[in-house]
Write a protein that binds this ligand. Structure first.
Ligand SMILES: NC(=O)C1=CN([C@@H]2O[C@H](COP(=O)(O)OP(=O)(O)OC[C@H]3O[C@@H](n4cnc5c(N)ncnc54)[C@H](O)[C@@H]3O)[C@@H](O)[C@H]2O)[C@@H](O)CC1
Ligand SMILES: [K+]
Length: 494
């Protein structure tokens, strides 16, 4: 699913209006029908509603939604914040509301006056949407401050008012609505995927308002959101006549003294994600631990014939000492196909930056933000980190998986793909090792590097989400993710 900038969204709206064709006011009517159905699915008529509308089309949406809720028997009051002029469609919806429910509308022009509400009121925020061009001041800022201090549930239309669709790092963060849920029109906005905006966006759901499919197809964007449909077709079917040799041999270089768990988790995840054979390379002291924990894996203390492996993953728990650095250097100079680098392999590279040039093209590296900053320098904001990921993925022709709530895959061609699965319970020891294992498992099975990156990240999050059905966010551990890989695969085949 593509993620567009707010200026592109404006053009897509315009294309739909011209080519469907549909008048702008009818498009607003269609969008607000969808918003209305989503709203009544969540809140009953017993819930009092207070609608805050602004002067643009976001305000137009709010006024139309207010009219629909009043028709449906909801107790709704509508406040229009109107210091200057209304957009034409907002004006039309103001008139429609006044014609049908003249007493429901309160217009404020200069100073914000708090409406009387009860504790269980739901506030609908339609003050500003994708047309916001600068931080809020005056009566708009006062309105936002009031909304945020009510303690009520807040439903934002399209985007919480005061939040820009993309970059917000230079803003004064105060006058931004803190929404309980955001019903966003047609496309997710980049700002929703950035951790610094989590307090404002809350949960978010996409409302399909029927933007012209041709416009969506023809408009390009570096950004996309990885959803189930993207992954379903990528899962390889297994032939009845296949054997373990058909699914590749993964080499896992992981686990130093005291870190055997890292190799166990990585190797187990590689096996559970479908690798035919898995060999673990590690120190002698880990042999019994690994072979007892995973009898299916081979254990080696010497590295020979690395060409025979279909996938090599290096890093979990290897430490950054000279010996590990030597092994990493050897491997990187020997192999000429893509490999997977995680954790300490990345920490070693950040200490010896010239090693980055040895990483084979098409390799996958999986830093979390701190590892990323150690590799590519400190970033002031997530947006800056994302740009650096894009730049370096292109420069070194590698896939960078920047791990986080919406893990980001930066590709060598400059695309930026955000994952949609996963949950906060997955921020736990060994979770990254599991991802590395899945990556190795898929690469060994012959998935292309890009398919490996996208499918692994999606499966990892999906397995974590399934594990959460049984566990709590606190109790979930990395082994639970591995335990749910089977169900994660099945969920993509149902
Ligand atoms: N046909 C369309 O274009 C559709 C638009 N829709 C709605 O329209 C919204 C976008 O509407 P608009 O482009 O009118 O924009 P907004 O309603 O977000 O903002 C209104 C206007 O306020 C001004 N403004 C920006 N920042 C300001 C600030 N800090 N203080 C004061 N004024 C400021 C701008 O001139 C802007 O155009 C979407 O978010 C969505 O809710 C939907 O109705 C679907 C169809
Ligand atoms: K809004």
């Amino acid at each position: 699913m593509k993620i567009f900038s707010t200026s592109q969204i404006k053009q897509l709206d315009q294309y739909t209006i011209e080519h469907e064709p549909i008048s702008s006011i009818d498009l607003m009517e269609r969008a607000t029908d969808k918003l209305f159905h989503q709203f009544i699915g969540r809140y009953s008529q017993l819930q009092p509603v207070c609608i805050i509308a602004g002067q643009g089309n976001n305000g137009g949406d709010a006024l139309a939604l207010g009219r629909k809720l009043l028709h449906a028997g909801y107790t709704a009051s509508v406040v229009l914040i109107n210091p200057t002029t209304l957009s034409p469609d907002c004006e039309t919806n103001k008139q429609r509301l006044l014609d049908e429910f003249p007493t429901a509308l309160n217009i404020l022009q200069q100073q914000f006056v708090a409406p009387a509400i009860s504790d269980d009121t739901v506030i609908i925020d339609g003050l500003f949407g994708s047309g916001l061009s600068r931080p809020l001041t005056g009566i708009f800022a006062e309105t936002v401050h009031w909304i945020n201090q009510t303690g009520c549930e807040v439903v934002a239309i399209d985007i919480p008012s005061g939040l820009q669709g993309e970059e917000n790092s230079t803003d004064n963060k105060l006058p931004i609505v803190k929404a309980t849920i955001t019903y966003t029109l047609q496309f997710p906005k980049l700002a929703f995927l950035l951790p610094e905006n989590a307090d404002f966006v809350g949960k978010w759901e996409i409302i399909d308002i029927g933007i012209h499919p041709k416009a969506i197809e023809q408009t390009t964007s570096d950004y996309s959101y990885l959803v189930e449909e993207d992954i379903r077709n990528q899962i390889k079917k297994r032939s009845k006549f296949s054997h373990k040799g058909s699914f590749g041999h993964a080499l896992i270089i992981a686990g130093n003294n005291g870190m055997a768990g890292a190799s166990v988790l990585t190797a187990k995840a590689a096996l559970r994600s479908g690798a035919g054979l898995v060999t673990v390379f590690g120190p002698e002291c880990n042999r019994i631990i690994v072979q007892t924990a995973i009898p299916e894996a081979i254990f080696k203390t010497t590295l020979t014939a690395t060409v025979n492996y279909n996938a090599i993953a290096i890093g979990p728990g290897i430490g950054t000492q000279a010996e590990s650095a030597e092994i990493l250097k050897d491997i990187l100079s020997q192999i000429n196909k893509s490999c997977i680098l995680d954790a300490d392999a990345l920490n070693i590279i950040s200490q010896q930056n010239d090693l980055l040039k040895l990483v084979p093209e098409g390799s996958i590296i999986t830093p979390h933000p701190k590892e990323f900053d150690r590799l590519f320098g400190i970033s002031d904001s997530t947006c800056q980190r994302i740009s650096k990921a894009q730049e370096n993925a292109k420069k070194y022709k590698i896939y960078i998986i920047l791990k986080g709530a919406h893990s980001l895959i930066a590709t060598p061609s400059g695309r930026l793909i955000f994952n949609s699965t996963g949950n906060p319970g997955m921020s736990t020891a060994g979770s990254g090792d599991v991802l590395t294992g899945i990556l190795a498992g898929l690469l060994a099975q012959g998935y292309s590097t890009e398919e490996t990156a996208t499918t692994s990240v999606f499966l990892h999050g999906r397995a974590g989400d399934i594990a959460l059905e049984r566990e709590s966010e606190e109790s979930l551990i990395a082994s639970d993710i591995i335990g749910c890989l089977g169900k994660a695969y099945k969920s993509l085949k149902e």
